[in-house]
Design a protein. Structure first.
Length: 125
């Protein structure tokens, strides 16, 4: 599948997407009848974010390590909330966003701990 350098490219591109999507004002309505829809979006974004960085950090490793991906995803979420609170007009920093991000990170790790899922990333030699 992808080698370490390619995973880095994917991870950096997705990180750029997360920052832009989180800091730029977007006037798009997503399923207006769903309660906490933005939190569901946060969960999904951080599932992918954690998996992509995990794939980069663990390319070609026999023993997976989740720590770097977890710390990076959590730190990124906190940083984005701080930036939203300080630098944006139409966005606000919310504690529930951090909670939703953390749920996404936890779900990603649970999925990654399933060897069948991890094998689909083709990370092991």
């Amino acid at each position: 599948m992808l080698n370490k350098k390619q995973w880095l490219g994917v991870a950096l591109a997705y990180t750029l997407f997360v920052f832009v999507a989180s800091l730029v004002s977007i006037n798009v309505t997503i399923a207006p009848t769903i309660k906490y829809k933005d939190k569901i979006v946060h969960i999904g974004i951080y599932i992918i974010y954690t998996i992509v960085w995990y794939a980069y950090f663990n390319s070609n490793k026999q023993n997976p390590n989740y720590t770097k991906a977890i710390l990076l995803a959590f730190t990124t979420g906190i940083l984005i909330e701080i930036l939203q609170g300080v630098f944006t007009i139409n966005r606000t920093a919310e504690t529930l966003d951090v909670v939703a991000n953390s749920i996404g990170i936890a779900l990603a790790i649970l999925a990654l701990k399933q060897s069948k899922f991890r094998n689909t990333l083709n990370l092991e030699k």
